[in-house]
Design a protein around this ligand. Sequence first.
Ligand SMILES: [Zn+2]
Length: 516
Amino acid sequence: MSTLFLVGNVDRVRVKELFVRYRDVFDRTVEVEDVRSLFDRLYSDRLAACALEASEAAEDRWNYEEGVSLVVLESRAEVEPQVLDEMFRNFLPVFNLVSVCQDVDLKHLQKILERLPSEQVECCDRIRRMAHWMYYCPSKGCSSRIYSMVEQLQRVRRKGRRSIPGLIKNIDFNKLMVIPSELNRENYWRLLCTWAFQPHTLTTRELLYCAFILLQKLSADAGLVIPDNQLLLLLFTLEASYHQVNKFHNFKHAVDVMQATWQLCEHIVDDPMQTLLLSMAAIGHDIGHPGSNNMLLSKFGAPVARIYNEESVLENIHKDFFQELLSTHWQELLTISSSSKAHPNYDVISETILATDMALHADYVEKLKIIPKIADTNTLTSLIIKAADISNVTRPLEISAQWSCLITLEFNDCTLLQQHEENVVSRECNDDDESIHSDDEIYRCISNVRLLSPDDLVAKYPCIPRGQIFFIDTFAEQFFQELCEKIPHLEFLIENIRTNKKFWLEKLRTSPSKHN
Ligand SMILES: [Zn+2]
């Protein structure tokens, strides 16, 4: 899944010479007129890469995460390769892209090309790819073209506000969106306005559009208008900071949690600015998520775990990545987020993102039990985003079941990752494992318009009911019970949980195998 891009007037003879030994490393060659067209192409490929838009063949998914792509620039190109690489890192963070000039020093090119074949293999394998994101440790003189969390964190932590290059700023994102005309704004708005929000049938393009119209409204309500193209660039950058290849923790989950947060705010928050801040925190709350968890980061020595002293590692990463993104794309909002008069040292967006760490969940439940009512705004905002983050079990059964399947698939990947790190099972053996293929197959089904019914999902994945009961019993029921007692408007949440729980219990009871 890797592309060789030729940008501008690249000397074809020279390219042939350069790549004579490495032609097979790339799956395709794409020629574009200039750097601007290159970005257009990257963005539109990414939009079209989701299973809903691409054809059945995985070969058509150009998400730039399942391969390393190389960009060759013409002599005296409008931007230097290093500058272009910096733009890739800042605006398309999870893409595996590297650029060179056609007059590149041969030794330098050789160094890149020699490692490409093994890097291609690495990022085609979803477990090794995850391992790289999490555990890769950059050393001097030897860099990888594959995305890693620690390298992104190092970039984010480098001081200084980034400006947006004119080349990126001038992209007409509205034009890139091309929303099907039969589905107008009102249609999407209707989808957003209900607790039965169903993002599984939406493409990346449509998810971006939903996020766009919702944030457009919320920012107008809050009196903090952001130009359309600026908001779209922010959202495209955010989408390109989530791993599209993750089964659960991807941009779909981000949009879903934002929609839930906003819906909850509609019931309980009066201040439109607070609603905007919380909704923004929600869409950014899992940015850069590797599809695993804090335990796996710490257990096998991820460099990022050390950086945060093994405390709320992922949540700190999401917070820092998102702060940096906002400082580039919407500094005004970031300033407002941290300038509450009542709590001068409290940054709403950062604090609510940190509150999503499930390790703190029991503390929140305890707190809810003790306090007679939720009077403190900071507690309320944290509770809202937490509720939204685990709201899958409070959605109507048909929708809840889709999420339960996706999280099951992601947990399976975590198990495989753990085995991979423990070297218990070699990947060579696993490649023949039927379950791996069926995972991808069901993922394709679930991210397709043809949704599976809860019954069919359970038939395919018998472990789902037990997982759902465990989650509801351990985390959700008590939390939502306490929350709904304090805020009776939210009673529908606990009602849905009970309906869903009943269904899963019945499934368990009638399950042919009691030990799944
Ligand atoms: Zn989340």
